[in-house]
Design a protein around this ligand. Structure first.
Ligand code: PHE
Length: 341
């Protein structure tokens, strides 16, 4: 009996300390300490021993059980430490491997041009304003001397948001003239870029959404000469010192007199070519002296103050600047296109 217990101890401890994984370890536990395990079997044989031998054998058997249990606990700790170690090495992040570059997109060519224009005007003391794209007809039309019945207010051209046509998507940035005059102290020098909306079919030169930049100056003694001088200087900054501009008479309900400004075609120098469609000039903006009715409607004394305003299409400027031939490219935002600028 003594020999059997000692052998069992030796074999069991050896096997347990060599168990390869937790499953093998559990199998060994069952083999030795389980209900039908080897040690349990030996203990059952105790009854057949001479009573004088029992205390010593009982003590030895308890000792063997304790040693087997210790070996199991020890191996369990070793195995879990090994497993952890293995996981740490297999899941380790090698911080020295070069990273994959992420695509971060590209600045939009239209915003490149917008930023340049903002810079030029800020340099001349203008402030940049932002206003709502969902606008009151009152501001988009009425206060801009464009009364009910005016063709510009047709449902076929404008996205109205209410049946009574009192709210719409602004068709121009000009309502920002009114908002500035109502909210700001005089004198005013402001630039207001933003989105505008018109019911146009999409093609190479049209889109139901596009961008305008509104500009306005209200001060004492402001004249048409200031308008021409300022806009000519801006175009020279934007397109180069040898840029030639011209002003043609035009009509807008909210300016008097009104004009359009053209820039001489940079490609042909005014002779006429495909870029300027044979005209020699490219139309850039609409402008004029703010109509006295508009000024008075905003509570401005026309005996003391006068002003000028302009509105230009931003897409058109960007297309001219970067020789982009189709307006749709501007809105598709394909990175392969944007990355060229
Ligand atoms: N809002 C006019 C347009 O969209 C442009 C304009 C602005 C004309 C300011 C005169 C003064 O055509």
């Amino acid at each position: 009996m003594k020999k059997m217990l000692q052998d069992l101890r030796e074999v069991a401890v050896h096997a347990i300390l060599g168990a390869a994984d937790p499953q093998a370890l559990e199998a060994l536990r069952i083999q030795y300490l389980g209900k039908k395990g080897d040690l349990t079997k030996l203990l059952k044989m105790m009854g057949k021993l001479d009573p004088s031998e029992r205390p010593a054998m009982g003590q030895l058997a308890n000792q063997v059980r304790a040693e087997v249990e210790n070996a199991l606990a020890q191996r369990k700790d070793e195995l879990s430490a090994m497993l952890l170690e293995r996981r740490l090495t297999s899941e380790a992040v090698d911080v020295t491997i070069p990273g994959k570059p992420t695509q971060i997109g590209h600045e939009h060519p239209m915003y490149v041009v917008l930023d340049e224009i903002k810079d030029i005007f800020i340099g001349m003391g203008f402030e940049i304003l932002e206003g709502p794209e969902v606008e009151l007809s009152e501001y988009n039309f009425t206060k801009l001397n464009t009364d009910e019945g005016h063709p510009a207010r047709e449902w076929s051209d404008t996205f109205y948001l209410t049946e009574d046509s009192s709210i719409l998507l602004r068709t121009q940035t000009s309502p920002m003239q009114i908002r500035a005059m109502e909210e700001k102290e005089l004198p005013i020098r402001m630039l207001a870029p933003g989105r505008v909306y018109r019911k146009d079919e999409v093609d190479a030169t049209h889109s139901p959404m596009f961008h305008q930049i509104e500009g306005m100056v209200i001060d004492k003694g402001v004249t048409m000469a200031d308008l021409k001088g300022t806009l000519d200087a801006v175009m020279k900054k934007l397109y180069g010192e040898d840029t030639v501009t011209r002003f043609r008479p035009h009509h807008f309900p909210f300016t008097e007199p009104s004009c359009e400004m053209d820039v001489q075609c940079h490609k042909c120098g005014g002779k006429g070519c495909p870029t300027c469609k044979g005209e020699g000039w490219i139309e850039i903006l609409g402008a004029g002296m703010v109509h006295p009715k508009v000024l008075e409607g905003c509570g401005i004394d026309t005996n003391v103050y006068s002003g000028w305003a302009f509105g230009m299409g931003l897409e058109r400027l960007a297309m001219r600047r970067f020789k982009i031939s189709d307006l749709r490219l501007i809105f598709e935002n394909d990175v392969r296109f944007l990355e060229q600028f």
